[in-house]
Structure formats: C-alpha cells, structure tokens
Design a protein around this ligand. Sequence first.
Ligand SMILES: C[S@@+](CC[C@H](N)C(=O)[O-])C[C@H]1O[C@@H](n2cnc3c(N)ncnc32)[C@H](O)[C@@H]1O
Length: 317
Amino acid sequence: MSDLRTALDAVLADVPPARLADSVRRLIADYRGGRPAEEPLLRNMVDATAYAAYRMPATHAAVTAALRHLPPIGPRSLLDLGGGTGAAAWAVADVFGTVGTTILDQVPEALKLGQRIAKGRLEADWRQWRLGDEAPDEADLVTVSYVLTELTEEDQRSLVGLAAGAARQALVVVEPGTPQGYRRILTVRDQLLAAGWTVAAPCPHQLACGMRGRDWCHFSARVNRSALHRRLKDAQLGHEDEKFSFVAATRTPSGTEGRIVRHPTFRKGLVTMQVCREDTVVGPVLVSKREGSRYKAARDAEWGDRWPPHSSGSEPD
Ligand SMILES: C[S@@+](CC[C@H](N)C(=O)[O-])C[C@H]1O[C@@H](n2cnc3c(N)ncnc32)[C@H](O)[C@@H]1O
C-alpha cells in the first residue's frame, strides 16, 4: 500500500481538489445509485483522476484483503477485467509479487492515468476493451473488482463467464459490502459452483449461504486517507473502513473450517464471535478466559479470520 500511496501522491500532488469536486460528487451518487450504467461512469480524465484520488486506495485495500484469503497458488500472470486505474493489479503485486499483468477496461483515460501512476513501479499491459469485444487471453489469476455494479444482470453473467473461462488457477470477484453487492456475489458464487469451481473464501463450504435472507456477508479493510482524499470527502478522520463482499474461487479444492463474519466482541473475560461454519450455520461462538490458549487466539482474532485459527485449510496465516 505504501508504494501505491507514494505513486498516487506523486501523480495527484498538483491537482487542485476543487477541480475534482464535481466528479467526486457525481461518482459517489452514481455508485450509490447502484443502477447499471448505460454510458461509462468515468467520462473523462477528470473523472478518472477523481476516482483514483477518492476510491483507488479503498478498492486496493479491499482486493488486497480478499486476495490474502486465497490458498498459496503462486500465480505468474494476472488478468484484471474492468481494471480502471489498476487498483487490483497493485493488490496482486503486494500479495504475490511481480506477475505478468494485463489490465483491460473500456475507458482509455482510466488506463492512461493508471499507467502514469504505475510508471516505474508496476509493469502491465494496459488495453482498452469492452465487454462484447474478443474474449481475453488466459491468465493464472483473474480479478474483477467493483465492476459488476455497473452492469446489467445479463452482462454480469457474461463477464463472470469470461473471467472464469480465462482463469487457469483462481478467480477473485470483489463488490461493495452492501446487501446489493453481497447479492451479486452470491449470484457469482452460484455461477462458479455450477461451473465446477471451488469456493476458497470467504465460505467454509460449497453449500447455500447460511446468511441468505437475514444478513449479508461482508468484510472490512482499513484505509489510511491522504490529505487530498480527506479534502475531497470533506472528512476529518485519517482513515476509513472499506466494506466489501467477495468470492475467491479456485480450480482445485481447498478448505477452511470456519470464518469470523463480524467484529468479535470482548466483555469481561468472554469473546463472542459470529462464525460461519462448514455446516452453513452462522452463529455465535463464545470463548471464555478459562479456555487458556483458545481464549488467547480468540482475543487476537479479527473479522474475516478463520476460526478455529489453525484449521486444516491451506490459506496462509
Ligand atoms: C468502479 S470502477 C472499478 C475499477 C477497478 N477495478 C477498481 O477496483 O478500482 C469500474 C470499472 O469497470 C469498467 N467497466 C464497466 N463496464 C465495463 C464494460 N462493459 N467493459 C469494460 N469495462 C467496464 C469501468 O470503465 C471502470 O473502470
């Protein structure tokens, strides 16, 4: 993250916040609206710059957190569909190191800006591409981050089908951590399971989601705000928590016994965690001080972690 922050600061240093304010306002409204876009939401270089300034650190943090839940696949190539200014490619580089990277997006200004931000730090092939164009080449890992929001249901299905067809090892789809984002992720999950993929995370099972109908599965990633970011969002706090929903799928089976799906709570020698279990039940697990090392592990446990922590899953700690 530090590298992306430095790179963003270098490119955005001279941009007056007032120039981006209208774009930020419109983009926030468009993304909150959650309707499929008939026209690209990023219309020009000012929009792309506004996006990079106020959203890219957050989407980067969410994708990084999602990628960390993949089993150790060691990808050598990445295809990022709807990659925009390249947040997911930075996340992949942070988690897996240098990989051969292709970033496809419909908006040339976003690609151009992404290339400028990445200059000297992140090598990639940045190409203009729109869903409906020729199918992309295969890669070990394919990412689709914060893209489905902009598409009709039919187009979401086509994009996920293309992504799955191109992914040799793994596919990670990330959406906003809202009830709508979660519902889109559930549909992607169903589509991938039907195509024979294994859900590696967040779910500890391949069955129907136990949260369906009453709650929504989402996680949180801490993002430190830059001075420009704070000014653009008129925010006081030096950080924000990006909520996201995701599915990480692999071609080969992997396992986790359980996943903590909310911030654990701590009260007088008792830790309470909401855990999604292998049998699809989502419910509280209570660990008391009397349980020694289990209590210590529970005190250190965070939202999104596996539970129990040293289960047989192959996910890196
Ligand atoms: C919210 S941005 C996300 C960018 C980046 N993936 C990230 O996580 O920061 C959505 C991106 O999807 C791209 N996109 C939307 N519809 C598309 C389509 N039909 N074909 C190609 N790209 C598309 C947009 O141009 C935009 O750059």
